[in-house]
Design a protein around this ligand. Structure first.
Ligand code: CO
Length: 277
């Protein structure tokens, strides 16, 4: 009897540098895992050596998608071309819908200590790529937490057990959960019908469908399967789920459009200083 594979793909984050030389682990948007519609990129940055993060991400452009930063430890400041300014600390989120164009910077607000967090890129459908940009700072205390047996789940986006996360992505809501689980606990992942379902372990060790996953590993999961996670060591992991957009993806660096011609237009607009008009 053949059995449906629960884990469709398993990948480890790849060491990379971005911004002005920030060391990070590129989990999605690397050769072994390009993207998983609508998730275009997932980076994890984690270091207590200021030389790894102090240069930050000076002003740079985006067009065609949304960025979402989530901090576990440390402080980061955001500024953008629409005049938004904000700072996020542990447990906080920063949501930016770049849409037709944003130039932003993300700079550390600390000179030493641990800096640990994630940046996720979420694609926009064609009819929203040139819409108005939007931005929101969400402090850690505004992120609801749901108690489960053996741990807790922070609801960053979407709906979990009747609790709604603070990230509002009108019309294209996605599920983004942060599980903090004790050693020896078990938890069943929600199954809300979204065809894209990913889990990323950022600390500890868990077993999923008989496969041991350590910190730094991402799995692409079957959308329909009922999945129980057995927590071996005290662990933290992220769950991401969404309905795919199903449109062509043309990407070059910070621009993600549907066609090469639209990418060229984004470059021209950036060079002419009209990207954010
Ligand atoms: Co950016």
């Amino acid at each position: 009897m053949s059995r449906q594979r629960v884990i469709k793909h398993r990948v480890r984050g790849m060491p990379a540098q971005d911004g002005a030389g920030v060391k990070l682990s590129r989990v999605i948007n690397q050769p072994a895992f390009r993207h998983k519609d609508p998730f275009l990129m997932l980076d994890e940055f984690k270091s207590d050596n200021p030389y790894d993060y102090i240069a930050g991400f000076p002003p740079h452009p985006h067009r065609g998608f949304c960025t979402l930063s989530y901090m576990l430890a440390g402080h980061m400041a955001h500024e953008d071309s629409k005049g938004n300014k904000g700072e996020i600390g542990p447990g906080g989120l920063q949501w930016m819908k770049a849409a037709r164009g944003m130039i932003h910077s993300e700079m550390p607000k600390q000179e030493d200590g641990l800096m640990w967090g994630f940046q996720l890129w979420i694609n926009l459908p064609a009819d929203e790529k040139m819409s108005d940009p939007d931005y929101a700072d969400i402090p850690g205390e505004s992120v609801p937490e749901v108690d489960v047996e053996g741990g807790s789940v922070r609801v960053l986006s979407g709906l979990y057990e009747g609790t709604e996360g603070p990230v509002k992505a009108p019309g294209r809501q996605f599920l983004y959960l942060d599980y903090r689980m004790d050693a020896g606990s078990r938890v069943t992942l929600p199954q809300q019908g979204q065809q894209t379902r990913l889990a990323y372990v950022y600390s500890g060790e868990v077993v999923l469908d008989g496969v041991t996953l350590k910190a730094g590993e991402l799995v692409d999961l079957d959308a329909e399967a009922e999945i129980e996670i057995v927590v071996k060591e005290t662990s933290g992991f992220l769950l991401l789920a969404a309905e795919p957009i199903g449109e062509p993806i043309a990407q070059y660096g910070p621009f993600v459009m549907n066609t090469e011609a639209e990418l060229r237009q984004a470059f021209t607009d950036y060079q002419n200083g009209t990207l954010t008009n």
